[in-house]
Design a protein around this ligand. Structure first.
Ligand SMILES: *Cc1c(COP(=O)(O)O)cnc(C)c1O
Length: 391
């Protein structure tokens, strides 16, 4: 066992919330309007302006956004949706909840972005959508994926939970394409506590998403109680209850203008990690994606080189925790999770790169308020682990 390298625990992630956010939240509460209303509308407008898209639809989480998107696309029994094997559970879970089948595509070994060739192999006549993830804040290969689905009727719904401020070539993620979904969970690059945003240009689909977000009702509470005209409404179809409240949007309104500043500090820290890790060949960062991009550095993921240590990844995480360093795991492969493994008789080798990475990756602490000294502590702890357990 190694010793602690610092007196206080360094969390893996921490939201950066300032007086601006607190004051906006207090103003929201004082205004007497705390559910979906003017602040949510303003937050949506900020997103539309930033990305230059026709529609930004604020929801209670990215998972909720994908749920209404998948519902609106008519995904149901008999349909298949392709999801990378390394991502958060929500993409696949929503597909299953709608009675469709989640099909896992392998990732590329060096970058852990979804492998377009493996996606191509898994497309069938039942495929309705592909949900690529811009993994860790780097963009996936959108050109290859767009070519795959062009003219096929398969929708590309980008999971942009890691990609607030990511650019692919000369376009910011979410500014073009079919649809992209952002998350504002506290770990993400900006936060509203919990929350998500669906961005798209298709007017008809956007209208449907707004209905599904709030009970299939034509007027939300704000327009029923706070504007001129009768509070009458119509139910067009059964919908969900996924509208973002103004208390959440209040934080988002003050977080979004800080995004680029947050991301440049993340990028500084990431560059520093990469430089410091050069002296530690047992611990390798992911490779950069091989096309023009701007990285949002949502996560800094490293991989333990094959056979480099006498202990496994989970023991490394335990050792770091003992050293008072928080670290994360993004993500255990979905195709090895009991529900999916059992239901579809999946073996690790069905997505071999994901299975291999799944046993060797860990995410180092990374957030804008982290100091260089905090980062030095992470490196010191890793050095001690390597010295103690080098194979
Ligand atoms: C966080 C995350 C989500 C889900 O976001 P929520 O807002 O928590 O629903 C989806 N996909 C990925 C890749 C994520 O990291």
């Amino acid at each position: 066992m190694i010793e602690q390298v610092r007196a206080t625990f360094l969390p893996f992630s921490q939201p950066v919330l300032g007086d601006e956010e607190i004051e906006e939240l207090v103003a929201c509460v004082r205004s007497g309007w705390i559910t979906t209303g003017p602040r949510t509308a303003q937050f949506e407008a900020l997103f539309r302006e930033r990305l230059g898209v026709a529609h930004a639809i604020a929801v209670t989480s990215a998972s909720a956004g994908w749920h209404i998107a998948a519902h609106a696309l008519g995904i149901g029994p008999g349909d298949e949706v392709i999801v990378p094997a390394i991502t958060w559970a929500s993409s696949a879970n929503m597909v299953e909840l709608l009675g469709a089948r989640a099909v896992f595509a392998d990732v590329l070994p060096e970058t852990l972005q979804v492998n377009p060739e493996d996606v191509a192999r898994r497309i069938t006549s039942r495929t309705r959508a592909v949900i690529p993830v811009h993994f860790a804040g780097a963009p996936c290969d959108l050109t290859a994926l767009r070519q795959l689905v062009e003219g096929t009727g398969v929708t590309l719904v980008e999971d942009a939970a890691h990609a607030l401020g990511t650019w692919y070539q000369d376009r910011e993620i979410g500014s073009d394409g079919h649809m992209a979904i952002f998350s504002f969970h506290p770990i993400k690059n900006i936060t509203t506590g919990e929350g998500g945003m669906v961005v798209l240009n298709d007017d008809t689909l956007a209208e449907r998403l707004r209905l599904l977000r709030f009970h299939g009702v034509t007027k939300d509470a704000w327009s029923r109680y706070n504007r001129k005209g009768a509070p009458e409404y119509e139910i067009i179809e059964p919908g969900y209850k996924y509208n973002m409240p103004d208390m959440q949007a209040a934080l988002g309104l003050r977080q979004l203008p800080k995004l680029d500043g947050f991301n440049s500090r993340r990028a500084q820290l990431a560059a520093r990690y990469t430089a410091l890790l050069e002296a530690l060949p047992e611990i390798a960062p992911l490779a950069p994606v091989p096309y023009a991009h701007h990285h949002a550095w949502h996560l800094y993921i490293v991989r333990i080189e094959q056979g480099a240590l006498r202990i496994g990844r989970n023991e490394v995480l335990d050792e770091l925790a003992r050293a008072n360093i928080g670290a994360g795991l993004h993500f255990p492969p979905l195709h090895t999770q009991p529900y999916y493994r059992n239901k579809y008789h999946l073996r690790p080798e069905d997505c071999p790169c994901a299975a291999d990475a799944g046993s060797r990756i860990l995410s180092l602490p990374l957030y804008p308020s982290m100091t260089d000294a905090d980062q030095d502590d992470v490196i010191t702890a890793l050095e001690r682990v390597v010295q103690r357990y080098r194979a």
